[in-house]
Write a protein that binds this ligand. Structure first.
Ligand code: ZN
Ligand code: ZN
Length: 350
């Protein structure tokens, strides 16, 4: 079966991962279920479903692009990289299992720690301190416009066999009579040994505003856990578009920049000359990781604004509309103050 729909084992209602409970609690009958219970329940109903919908995989085993909601049977419409979403018709959460297999199976995840309501509240707090916002711009009651989304990342550890050579230079100046004498002291810098650079992180999804996501970093490793499909239930999730090879190449470059700047700093001199870094940089391990963000689309006076809230820490970011009238008034006031000060200055000068 290619698509999963977690259901309450008590009443069969669709069930989502609840960040507040850190598990599954049915919104209809209030029953709490464990991931194992849900999976067993899915497994029981899976066989019947697989028989009925055997056509969802082609004879050659390749994946089909059309999925049907196990809850209502309607076609699930989603992007080609989506791994978890909602049924457009019955709103039950669906997980596209076949897109989470093999190389596409994440190793780690930071599950959502804050729920939608809290994310909107965090966002309101963030904008409350901003100047020049139009008075009628409010994000209260935006719960329906906010999407909880798991974004794919590569976390790459790099090992360095250090083999670094350079010349360090320090200048000494001193006065001899009325002449300044400059002597340059040079010494060799030789560095060996090993270094380990852990968790160089790359957002591996290009269908999102990278600057926006960058602004809500970082995430804390404390909530990192092994990946489990259940965490996706009730959220959107995307799989990587940046291939692992590309990320590894970038990680090696970044590791070299990092290592060389540390080696330079260790030399503790004014200038570095004849630098020769022959260190070997190798990939130690790669973890495919999903991280939680809330994306809020806000339509204001014909313009679509996009905001993001970190689904773990609640840090918010985004571009805000500005009230041009208030900005103009502010500019005029500043202009007047400058003018008055200039006139007063002129008055005292006379
Ligand atoms: Zn229930
Ligand atoms: Zn449905």
């Amino acid at each position: 079966m290619s698509i999963t729909n977690y259901k309450c084992i008590g009443c069969s209602a669709p069930i989502s991962f609840n960040p507040k409970v850190g598990g599954f609690k049915c919104e209809y009958c209030g029953r709490t279920c464990t991931e194992q219970e849900l999976q067993d329940f899915v497994a029981q109903t899976e066989e019947k479903w697989a028989e009925k919908h055997a056509h969802e995989t082609h004879d050659d085993g390749s994946e089909v692009r059309q999925y049907h909601c196990p809850n209502c049977g309607a076609e699930v419409v989603c992007g080609d990289t989506t791994t978890a979403s909602f049924c457009y018709y019955c709103h039950s959460p669906v997980i596209i299992e076949s897109r989470l297999q093999g190389d596409f199976r994440p190793d780690k995840i930071i599950p959502f720690q804050i729920d939608q309501k809290t994310a909107v509240a965090k966002f309101s707090q963030w904008i409350s301190g901003k100047k020049f916002l139009p008075k009628d711009f409010t994000v209260k009651n935006q719960k329906d416009n906010i999407i909880g989304l798991y974004l794919p990342y590569w976390d790459i550890d790099v090992d360095v066999a250090v083999n670094y050579h350079a010349v360090g230079a320090n200048e000494h100046r001193r006065l001899r009579g009325d002449r300044e004498e400059i002597t340059t002291e040079r010494y060799r810098i030789e560095r060996g040994g090993t270094m380990h650079i852990p968790a160089i992180r790359f957002l591996s999804f290009n269908k999102i505003n990278q600057h926006l996501i960058h602004a809500i970093n970082p995430f804390n490793a404390v909530d990192e856990t092994a990946f489990n499909t259940g965490y996706l239930s009730g959220f959107q999730s995307e799989r990587f578009t940046l291939p692992q090879d590309n990320a590894e190449q970038q990680a090696l470059q970044e590791a070299q920049q990092h290592a060389v700047s540390q080696l330079r700093a260790s030399a503790n001199c004014e200038r570095i000359l004849d630098e020769d870094d022959r260190s070997e940089y190798t990939i130690d391990k790669v973890a495919y990781t999903l991280l939680p963000v809330y994306i809020l689309h806000y339509h204001y006076k014909g313009v679509d604004y996009q905001f993001a809230v970190n689904g773990q820490t609640g840090v918010a970011a985004g571009d805000l509309p500005t009230d041009t009238v208030r900005v103009s008034i502010f500019a005029i006031i500043i202009g007047l103050i400058v003018l008055i000060l200039a006139l007063l200055g002129g008055f005292f000068l006379w």
